[in-house]
Design a binder for this molecule. Structure first.
Ligand SMILES: Cc1cc2nc3c(=O)[nH]c(=O)nc-3n(C[C@H](O)[C@H](O)[C@H](O)COP(=O)(O)O)c2cc1C
Length: 431
C-alpha cells in the first residue's frame, strides 16, 4: 500500500509523469510552527538537477517546489491532515517509447505490468524515485517535530560507491553534521574519498553504465523506550522503512553482518554511567536498539543500494512478447543513486522515530494517569508522570535506596497535589 506509519502516518501519491506528486500526513501534533520553507530544504537536497551535481546525477531538472494545501493556519499545524503537492514539470515521455515494449532488466516494468495488467510506462510511473518526494516532505515535518520535542538529530552520508568505502569508524558519529556531508556533491564527509567516489560514478556514466553504493545513518538523542515488541521492533520497522526506498538491497544495524564473525565477549555492549549520570554503553554494537527497543545510544545503520537499472549500454534481453531484443535505454538517469538518497533515508528514519515516539507517549501518559498505588517495582523514569523520558538514570528498582526514595517521594507529592485539586473541584461542584 502507499501508506506508512500508525500514529504519524503518511500516504504518498503520484507518478513520474503525471501532474505531480505529494502526500497526506496525518497525526502531526497541533500548534507546531510549520512553513513550506521547513519542508523545502530536504526536498531541494533530493531534487534532480542540483547545482554542481549534474555530472553525477540525472539530467532531469525539477524545481520540486512544495505547496502546503491543508492542515496549517497562520503558520501553525492544526493537528488535521497536512496535504502537500509538488508539480512535475521537466517530463520527456518520448524517451520511454521503446521501454513501453521492452521491460527494463532489473527495473519494475515487468512486475508492475504482471501485477496490474496496466501501468504508467512513462518515466517508471509510481516505481520512479519521484514517489519519494511525498515521503521526504512528510519526513521533513517529522524531523522538525523530533528536533523540537526531543532534540533528535538524524544525519546520513554516503559511505560507499562501487568498491570505494569510508568505514563508519572513520566518521565522528557524535558530531557529524549535514553541513559536513553536503560539502561535497557526492555527500561523503571525507573529501578525499568523495573525490574517488565521484571519479567512480563518472567512469560508470562514461561507459553508459551505473554503479551501486552504501548509505550510513546515525540518529542521535533518541529517547529510551521506542519500539514495539514483538513484531514492530524498532529495527524491524526501520528495516521496513528503509527497504521500501527504491533500489535498496540490504539493511544492517549496529555491527550488522560483521557481528556474525565476533564472539559475545567482544560484541557485548557493557553498561556504565556517564558524566551526566546517564546510563550508556561503552561500545555500540547493538546500534542503539536492544530487544527491539531503543536504549538511548545513537541508532546506527547502513543500507546497500544497487546500481540503477536504466543504462545506455546495450543489453541482450526480451520484450513483453518474449522475443529476444537489445535494449539501449534512452532518457536521463542517475548513474548512482546514493548522493540523492541521503535526504530520503533521513526523512524515512524520522517518520519511523516520530511514529514510535507518539506511540510511546500514548503509553507513558496513560500509565501516568493510573490510580495512586505505587509499586516499588514501578519506577521506570519514563513512567513517572512527566513524559520527558530522557534516559537519565534516576529511578530504576535496583537503584540504591536514596534514588528510589526520591522517585517515590516525587510521585507521592504529585499525587497529593492531584488529590488537592480534586477536592477543590468537588467543593466547587457542591456549591
Ligand atoms: C534517488 C533515487 C534515484 C533513482 N534514479 C533512478 C534512475 O535514474 N534510473 C533507474 O533506473 N532507477 C533509478 N532509481 C531506482 C529505481 O527507482 C528502482 O530501481 C526501481 O523502482 C525498481 O525497484 P527496486 O530496485 O527497488 O527493485 C532511483 C532510486 C533512487 C532512490
Amino acid at each position: 500500500m502507499s501508506s506508512f506509519g500508525t500514529f504519524f502516518r503518511v500516504t504518498t501519491f503520484g507518478e513520474s509523469h503525471c501532474a505531480g506528486v505529494g502526500c497526506i500526513v496525518d497525526g502531526v501534533p497541533p500548534r507546531m510552527q510549520l512553513s513550506e520553507a521547513d519542508v523545502q530544504v530536504q526536498l531541494s537536497r533530493r531534487r534532480p538537477g542540483q547545482a554542481g551535481a549534474g555530472s553525477i546525477s540525472t539530467g532531469r531538472n525539477e524545481e520540486d517546489a512544495v505547496q502546503i494545501l491543508s492542515g496549517t493556519e497562520k503558520g501553525f499545524t492544526l493537528g488535521t491532515p497536512i496535504g502537500m503537492f509538488v508539480r512535475n514539470k521537466d517530463m520527456r515521455p518520448h524517451d520511454y517509447g521503446e521501454m513501453s515494449q521492452i521491460p527494463r532488466p532489473s527495473h519494475a516494468d515487468f512486475t508492475y505490468q504482471m501485477k496490474y495488467g496496466f501501468r504508467a510506462a512513462s518515466g517508471g510511473g509510481r516505481s520512479s524515485a519521484r514517489e519519494t518526494i511525498g515521503r521526504v516532505a512528510a519526513g521533513a515535518i517529522a524531523e522538525k517535530f523530533l528536533k523540537e520535542r526531543y532534540g533528535v538529530e538524524i544525519v546520513s552520508w554516503v559511505s560507499g560507491v562501487g568498491d570505494i568505502f569510508l568505514p563508519d569508524d572513520k566518521v565522528d558519529l557524535a558530531n557529524i553534521s549535514r553541513e559536513q556531508v553536503d560539502q561535497h556533491m557526492v555527500r561523503c564527509p571525507c573529501l578525499e574519498t568523495a573525490e574517488k567516489m565521484t571519479e567512480c560514478i563518472k567512469a560508470a556514466r562514461a561507459d553508459e553504465d551505473s554503479v551501486g553504493g552504501v548509505v550510513s545513518c546515525v540518529i542521535r538523542n533518541v529517547p529510551i523506550g521506542l519500539g514495539e515488541p514483538c513484531f514492530d521492533k524498532l529495527e524491524a520497522v526501520l528495516a521496513h522503512a528503509m527497504m521500501s526506498i527504491p533500489a535498496t538491497k540490504g539493511f544492517e544495524i549496529g555491527s550488522g553482518f560483521a557481528g556474525a564473525r565476533m564472539r559475545g565477549s567482544q560484541h557485548n555492549d557493557m553498561f556504565s554511567i556517564d558524566a551526566q549520570g546517564k546510563m550508556v554503553t561503552e561500545t555500540n554494537y547493538s546500534g542503539g536498539i536492544q530487544g527491539g527497543i531503543s536504549n538511548g545510544m545513537p541508532i546506527v545503520f547502513r543500507m546497500a543500494f544497487k546500481p540503477p537499472a536504466t543504462i545506455g549500454k546495450a543489453q541482450n534481453t526480451a520484450d513483453f512478447t518474449g522475443s529476444s531484443t537489445v535494449l539501449e535505454a534512452k532518457g536521463r538517469h542517475d548513474p548512482c543513486v546514493v548522493p540523492r538518497a541521503i535526504p530520503i533515508v533521513e526523512t524515512m528514519a524520522a517518520l519511523v522515530i516520530a511514529d514510535m515516539c507518539l506511540m510511546q507517549e500514548a503509553r507513558v501518559s496513560s500509565a501516568a494517569r493510573l490510580p495512586a498505588e505505587v509499586s516499588p517495582y514501578f519506577c521506570d523514569p519514563s513512567m513517572s508522570g512527566d513524559v520527558s523520558y530522557n534516559g537519565t538514570f534516576s529511578g530504576w528498582p535496583n537503584l540504591s535506596g536514596e534514588s528510589r526514595k526520591s522517585e517515590l517521594t516525587k510521585r507521592k507529592n504529585e499525587l497529593e497535589e492531584k488529590l488537592k485539586q480534586l477536592n477543590l473541584q468537588l467543593d466547587e461542584a457542591d456549591k
